[in-house]
Design a binder for this molecule. Structure first.
Ligand SMILES: C=C(O[C@H]1C=CC=C(C(=O)O)[C@@H]1O)C(=O)O
Length: 382
């Protein structure tokens, strides 16, 4: 897979793209990311090749519910990934070809992820538990309410990326599957449960998640956990506050729902709204929301500082955004979670956990192990 190649499968269908017609320029070109993406789309009028059947699923242009001035089937889209750090360069492009299929991909059956003996954790399990202890102390001291701390697992892999993409193409009935070709022949892929935001005409949807428990536990216990409800409420409050200025209607359920995501349950809240100004694009919404406390913390500035102080690696695209947008501004952006990066030498998997005053280091460590196993488990099937 090379730069410009893109796969995005959701319960609504599958979008595949190939080649770079135009890249969205880096931040040094000036303007916001949403403006640069809109400019790139404007510079690519006309139809793209599309060899798939007509899309009525809502994935890709032509599938909206009529709320925007959709350019119809075959219009350009912008697609790709945006890193976690605000100052890092995105990998967003207008692809040369797009293909959409209405049929949802076949349901995968994740295998048991076996961590190979030559795998390397950064930080080590003990060091991660120590990071959590330090973060809990900072939360209890009143410096912040929540911080999300991550770790990585590198597995040597110098093989081809095609089988990895094929494994991802098997879909993810509980969420979103993606593969993004990056510069330097690298591949970003994953199975994210979390919709950051989608826009279809004036309809806005987000499904913030935070709070986790093993899939073999009773989800009612997760719902009853004061620690998880607090961790979750911080995310929902932030998402509602970020969307409110753009919406003339906003519905935020009071109580979260447990949803299945591979080997875990998560608390999720389905937020929906109506755009006050139909010119507001999905990327404007996504960049206003990012980074939510599902991946960073509360307050954002203090959490970002603590992530920088404690995490011993650069997150890159992990906890950034993956998605697409059409010329009308409709689009879907998911948080880049349960993902890995293939760089020709290794597959590096990433996972994090939300730390609040009631967090237990051993439990958070175990949670990151399960999250790390999600993308690894999908690969093991093949
Ligand atoms: C940061 C991750 O998950 C987030 C999303 C859902 C639940 C989370 C949690 O319970 O900690 C995290 O906030 C990750 O998978 O790496």
């Amino acid at each position: 897979m090379s730069i410009g190649d893109f796969l995005f499968a959701s319960p609504r269908g599958t979008l595949r793209a190939r080649g770079v017609r135009r890249a969205v320029p880096p931040a040094c070109d000036g303007g916001t990311l949403a403006e640069r993406a809109a400019n790139a789309l404007r510079a690519c009028p006309g139809d793209q090749q599309s060899d798939g059947p007509s899309d009525r699923t809502g994935i890709g242009p032509g599938g909206g519910d009529g709320g925007g001035d959709g350019d119809g089937q075959g219009a350009a889209i912008v697609a790709g990934a945006v890193p976690f750090a605000a100052d890092a360069d995105p990998c967003l492009f207008v692809p040369r070809e797009i293909r959409r299929t209405t049929t949802p991909p076949p349901a995968p059956r994740p295998g048991r992820a076996i961590v190979p003996p030559d795998a390397r954790y950064v930080p080590t399990a003990d060091a991660y538990a120590e990071m959590v202890r330090r973060a809990v102390a900072r939360v209890r001291a009143g410096d912040l309410d929540k911080v999300v701390l991550a770790r990585s697992l590198a597995v040597p892999y110098a093989g081809r990326t095609e089988p990895l993409v094929a494994a991802m193409s098997a879909g993810n009935p509980d969420g979103y599957t993606f593969a993004v070709g990056l510069p330097g022949g690298r591949l970003l892929f994953g199975v994210s449960p979390e919709l950051l935001v989608s826009r279809r005409g004036r309809a806005v949807a987000a499904r913030p998640m935070a709070g986790s428990a093993p899939r073999d536990s009773d989800p009612r216990e997760l719902l009853a956990s004061a620690k998880d409800r607090h961790e979750h409420a911080l995310v929902v409050q932030a998402v509602a506050a970020a969307l409110a200025p753009y919406c003339d209607e906003l519905s935020v359920p009071e109580c979260p729902t447990p949803v299945a995501a591979g080997p875990l349950w998560h608390l999720a809240t389905a937020v929906s709204g109506r755009l006050a100004d139909p010119a507001t694009t999905s990327l404007t919404l996504a960049t206003s929301l990012h980074p939510t406390p599902a991946v960073c913390g509360t307050p954002t500035g203090e959490a970002l500082r603590l992530v920088g102080e404690l995490e011993p690696f650069d997150r890159g695209f992990y906890t950034g955004l993956v998605g697409w947008q059409d010329p009308a501004g409709d689009g879907e952006w998911v948080i880049c979670l349960r993902c890995a990066l293939a760089d020709g030498r290794a597959l590096t998997f990433y996972a994090g956990a939300g730390i609040v005053a009631g967090s237990d280091p051993a439990a958070e460590l175990a949670e990151t192990d399960v999250k790390l196993s999600t993308a690894l488990g999908v690969l093991v099937r093949h």
